[in-house]
Design a protein around this ligand. Structure first.
Ligand code: SDX
Length: 392
């Protein structure tokens, strides 16, 4: 209630805001979206239903959900003018760079007729972002590999529609395995929100200034890209590839314990979870299921399991309560689903947009909302007088 939190390393932080959306108990490894345990939502819900829950606070009735799904489907298209924005990027730019830029373009496109004071317009902006982010993300990827953009097939459901836009090769219809769609939807649920993580706090901080929601989410995408945050899933796969074989795991763990090396085990540790990340447990189980159902035999999975086993037994990791986090296994699943590594963090951004817009709406709908203005502990010089060059 005091809003003061003390981290393991003694660092204390005060709460940056009050929110009713997501609850985390880092010591107990608990994650609730609007009070519902992530384990139950992962098993029984869908990503779009979770997006409704995060935005509205309650699970939808059948009618409410079909209205919401229709609204999102109705806004999946990207105006043809966006091709000019897209074609302005270097074709080999990272899809996360393009996504950030395209969201900025979305701001310029909708800013003039967005009355941010109107709650219905705010809600429409949130719906537009959830609806368009997969279309824009897929377009950025296809442009980066020189493929023609695919329009959203609105007869498909949300996650399958995205996979179709991203992966359908120009010459033949895409055969989508139901396992791939189910696994992707589950990954989207697990990544949808996570309290005041760096990117969500960024969205709220930018939103608190009255900036429009499109640039607020663009700022969130920028924050997510860092390897200490959402960029970790891409970094995990790179790390597993560099370790290469299970017999090299010991050396990697030793290197991660050597401060001088500056090397950290990507996908391990968490600012809040000082116990297993509940999402990591679900993703770990799904990883085995997806690979066996798709008949994928990925040697990186063996490396990942041996690395996890070695680290969890090692005093250094035990003492510091370092456990696999949400990013440790997700990259292996994305790879098994044929998602290219440069799109891993984009996947995270698509899912997290549901959380970002929910936090933005919660903040904008709060009559007490004030501009975020974190303070600091000043460690600089005491007051002193100016001296001219001749006295320096
Ligand atoms: C996400 O906030 C969220 O909710 C984020 C997220 C979300 O859903 O939005 O959950 C998603 O960002 C997950 C985290 C993904 N990042 C990584 O996997 C990158 C690797 N992990 C770390 O860099 C680190 O663990 C952090 C950044 C995630 C957390 O850092 P902390 O809690 O601030 O830990 P710390 O930097 O204070 O380290 C504490 C100790 C240090 O050793 P000592 O100085 O005490 O001797 O643990 C060590 C660190 O050196 N340590 C690691 C380590 N992480 C911390 N040592 C080796 N490998 C690691 N991964």
């Amino acid at each position: 209630e005091t809003g003061c939190f003390t981290y393991d390393n003694g660092f204390t932080a005060t709460a940056s805001c009050r929110s009713a959306i997501t609850y985390i108990d880092g010591d107990a490894g608990v994650l609730l979206y609007r009070g519902y345990p992530i384990e139950q939502l992962a098993e029984m819900s869908s990503f779009l239903e979770v997006a409704y829950l995060l935005m509205n606070g309650e699970l939808p009735t059948k009618d409410e959900f079909s209205k919401f799904e229709h609204e999102v489907t109705h806004h999946t298209m990207m105006h043809e003018a966006f091709r000019t924005f897209l074609y302005g990027f270097r074709h080999d730019a990272h899809p996360m760079a393009m996504l950030t830029g395209m969201l900025g373009s979305l701001a310029s496109f909708y800013h003039n007729d967005l009355d941010i004071e109107d709650p219905e317009q705010r809600r429409l902006a949130a719906i537009r972002l959830i609806a368009k982010i997969p279309t824009i993300a897929a377009a950025c990827y296809r442009y980066s590999i020189g493929w023609p953009i695919r329009y959203p097939r609105n007869n498909l459901e949300y996650t399958t529609r995205f996979l179709h836009m991203m992966k359908e090769v120009p010459s033949e219809p895409l055969e989508l395995s139901p396992v791939a769609a189910k696994a992707m939807d589950l990954l989207f649920i697990l990544h949808a929100d996570h309290e005041q993580n760096a990117s969500t706090s960024t969205v709220r901080l930018v939103g608190s200034t009255g900036a429009n929601p499109y640039v607020s989410v663009a700022a969130g995408v920028a924050a997510l890209w860092g390897p200490a945050h959402g960029g970790a899933n891409e970094a995990v796969l790179k790390m597993l590839g560099e370790i290469g074989k299970p017999e090299n795991v010991g050396a990697a763990v030793a290197k991660a314990k050597d401060k001088e090396s500056g090397f950290r085990l990507m996908g391990f540790g968490h600012r809040v979870y000082k116990n297993f990340d509940p999402r990591a447990k679900i993703i770990r189980a799904m990883c085995h299921q997806v690979l066996s159902e798709l008949g994928v035999n990925d040697p990186l999975l063996e490396v990942a399991m041996r690395l996890e086993e070695a680290a969890l037994k090692d005093e250094y990791f035990i003492q510091r309560k370092l456990y696999p986090n949400v990013d440790f296994y997700s990259g292996i699943i994305y790879k098994a689903l044929g998602i290219p590594v440069e799109m891993f963090t984009v996947m995270f951004a698509i899912a997290r947009t549901a959380g970002w817009v929910s936090h933005w709406l919660e903040q904008q709908n709060d009559p007490e909302n004030k501009i975020s203005r974190p303070r600091q502990i000043y460690t600089g010089a005491a007051t002193r007088d100016y001296v001219g060059f001749d006295k320096r």
